[in-house]
Design a protein around this ligand. Structure first.
Ligand SMILES: [Cu+2]
Length: 272
C-alpha cells in the first residue's frame, strides 16, 4: 500500500500537476463549430453539439498559430454583430476567461437565427505579447428546436433578453434550473441585471395544461446566473410559462396561467 502511495506521489511530482489536471481535457465532449483565421492565427470555437443556435451558447476557444502550435499570453475580447436588412445589433456576451494555457471560455446568447439575407458576424480582438490582432468572420446561427430564449419589452420601457441555460438534459423530478437575464442598453450593449425574479409555471398543454408542485422561482445569486428549481413530474412536452418581476415587485412581462389564460406571452419549452 505504501509503495503504491509513493508511486502515485512520484508520478504527481513528475507530472507537476494534480490528478484533475491530468484527466480534464477542456475540449472533451465538445465539437468544433467554427474556426476564425487571419494571416497569423487560428481560433477554434467549440460548442457541445458543434453549432451555434438561438439561446445560450457556452463556447470554448482555442488559440493556435497557423500550424496548430500553441499561442500563449493572449488577451481576448469578442463582439458578435447581426447584420439585418435595415439595421445591425449585438447580443449578450460574457467576458472571456482563461481556462488554461491556450483555452478560453465564455458564452453568447443569440436572440435570433441567421437566414438567407441576415447574418451574424463575430469579431475577435486579441493581443499577444502586447501586439494587437483581430479577426472577423460570419458564423451560422440556427434556430433551436425548442424555445430557449425570449426577447421582449417590459412595462418599464426596457428591452430584456431571458435565456434558459439549465437543465440541458432534463429528467423526471426536480431539476436545478438556471437562466440569464440581460437588459438591452443600446443596439450593441447588453447588461446582466440582478435582483429580479423570473417566476416559472411549467405546464403540459397536451395533458389538460396541468402544472407541477414545488417549483422554485429563479432569483439572482453571486454570478450572472439566476437559479431556481423546475419540477417535471413526467416525460413529454412542457411549456415553462414565465413572468419577469422587477426588484420593486412590478411584473414587467408575462401573465399568470389561470381561467382563460392558458399560457404566458413569454415562455421556455423543453421536451424529453
Ligand atoms: Cu437580428
Amino acid at each position: 500500500m505504501k509503495n503504491i502511495t509513493c508511486m502515485v506521489l512520484v508520478c504527481l511530482l513528475l507530472a507537476g500537476c494534480t490528478p484533475e489536471e491530468i484527466t480534464a481535457d477542456p475540449l472533451e465532449g465538445l465539437r468544433l463549430a467554427a474556426t476564425l483565421q487571419n494571416t497569423t492565427h487560428k481560433i477554434g470555437l467549440y460548442t457541445p453539439d458543434g453549432k451555434f443556435q438561438t439561446g445560450y451558447n457556452p463556447i470554448t476557444l482555442k488559440v493556435t498559430d497557423l500550424n496548430g502550435g500553441p499561442v500563449e499570453n493572449v488577451l481576448l475580447t469578442w463582439s458578435p454583430v447581426m447584420h439585418m436588412q435595415n439595421m445591425s445589433h449585438g447580443c449578450p456576451a460574457s467576458a472571456l476567461s482563461l481556462l488554461e494555457n491556450t483555452i478560453y471560455r465564455g458564452y453568447l446568447v443569440f436572440q435570433m437565427a441567421s437566414n438567407t439575407s441576415e447574418y451574424w458576424e463575430l469579431t475577435l480582438k486579441y493581443t499577444v505579447n502586447d501586439r494587437e490582432y483581430s479577426v472577423t468572420e460570419k458564423i451560422p446561427v440556427v434556430e433551436s428546436a425548442r424555445r430557449v430564449v425570449q426577447s421582449f419589452q417590459g412595462t418599464d420601457g426596457n428591452r430584456y433578453i431571458a435565456a434558459l441555460t439549465e437543465p440541458t438534459s432534463p429528467k423526471v423530478g426536480t431539476n436545478p434550473m438556471k437562466a440569464l437575464i440581460y437588459r438591452m442598453e443600446s443596439m450593441t450593449k447588453f447588461t446582466p441585471v440582478k435582483g429580479y425574479t423570473l417566476k416559472i409555471d411549467p405546464r403540459m398543454p397536451g395533458m389538460g395544461n396541468h402544472s407541477s408542485p414545488n417549483n422554485v422561482d429563479l432569483t439572482s445569486g453571486e454570478n450572472d446566473f439566476y437559479e431556481g428549481k423546475l419540477n417535471l413530474t413526467m416525460t413529454g412536452y412542457w411549456k415553462i410559462n414565465l413572468r419577469l418581476e422587477a426588484p420593486d415587485g412590478r411584473i414587467l412581462k408575462g401573465e399568470a396561467v389561470s381561467g382563460n389564460t392558458e399560457a404566458s406571452s413569454i415562455f421556455f419549452e423543453t421536451e424529453f
